[in-house]
Design a protein around this ligand. Sequence first.
Ligand code: MRU
Length: 354
Amino acid sequence: MNTTLPLPRSVEWNDTHITLLDQQALPLAVEYLELKTLEDVWKAIKTLKVRGAPAIGITAAFGLALAAQQYENESIEEFRKQLQKYRDYLASSRPTAVNLFWALDRMVASIKDVISVNEAKTTLVHEAIRIQVEDEEVCYSIGHHALSLLNKNDSIMTICNAGSIATAYYGTALAPFHLSVEKGIPLKVYACETRPVLQGSRLTAWELQQSGVDVTLITDNMAAHTIKTKKINAIIVGADRIAANGDTANKIGTYGLALLAKSFGIPFYVAAPLSTFDPTIASGDDIPIEERAAEEITHLNGKRIAPEGISVYNPAFDVTPNELITAIITEKGIITGNYKQEIQRLFAHQSSSK
Ligand code: MRU
C-alpha cells in the first residue's frame, strides 16, 4: 500500500531473522532488533519490545515461520507436532490480546493440507506475510470509518498506543489522526501518558508528532479536568480483546475514560479489527487480565519511587462494559449498540464471504 506517513514499520520479515522496531527504546532512539530464534520472539513480546494487539499477532506469526525454517526433520507429522509446541510456547508470552492466539492458530491451520515439510515452511512464511498485509489494509479502512465520525477542529482524547507501531501500519484508534493529516482536516489530540509503562507519552506522543498531528500530552489523572476545560468532543481507544457481547479489554485506564465520557455526555469509541474480537467469550468477565511485575510501578527509569516491601497491584488491562461504548469501529463498518447481535452478524457475514 502506498503511504506518505513518515513512520517506521514495527515488524519486518527478513528470511533468516525478524527485524523489530524496539518500542522500549522510543522515543529517544529509533532502533531495530534482529530476532533470530523462537526464544528471541517470545522475549520481545513479553518485555514489550513489540506491543499492541495486532503487532504482537504479526510478530508471533513471523516467529512461527522463523522457527519452521530452522526445523530439520523430514517427517511432516513430526513437523506438525513441533509446530504445535512452538505455537503453545509463543501463546504463553502474554494473555490478554486475542490477536496473539488468533494469528498463531491461523498459522497452524494454514498447513493442515500440506504434504511435505518444505511446502509447510513456504506456506508458513506466506501466511505470516498475508496476516501483515491484511492488517495494514484493515487499519486503513478502520481509519476511514473512524474519521467519518469526527468533525473538523474536534479535540479527541486517547490512551495507550493503538497506533501504526502497534499494528502493521496506520494503527486503529490513531489511524484517523494520521489520515486527517493526509486529508488536511485539522484535529487536536490529547494523549494520556498511560502509566505505568507510558505507551502514551513514549509512543503515541512520538508517533503523532512524526506524522504532524497536533498532539498534547497529559498525565492520566488530568483526564476529567482536560475533558472539561479543553472541551473534548470524543474519546477513541483501541482494544486487546472484544467479547461476544461487546465488552472490551484495553489498556488499564480505558474503563475510567469510558465512565468519564458518559458523565460528560461525549461519545466513547473503540477502534479494532475483527482479529481482536473473541466470539468464544460471552462477556468481559471471561477475558484474562495480565498482571505485570511490581517494578513497573515501584520504579521509574530504573530508580525506585516507592518504599521497599510495598504491596503492588499491577493489572495491565481493564474491561469496559458494552453499555459505555458508543460505537465499535471495525474494517467492516461501525456498529452502535445491540453488540451481541451485531457481532454475530459481522462474524456470520465474514465466514460466508470466505
Ligand atoms: O500493553 P500493550 O502496550 O500491548 O497494550 C496495548 C493496548 O492496550 C492497545 O490499545 C491495544 O493493543 C490496541 S493496539 C492497536
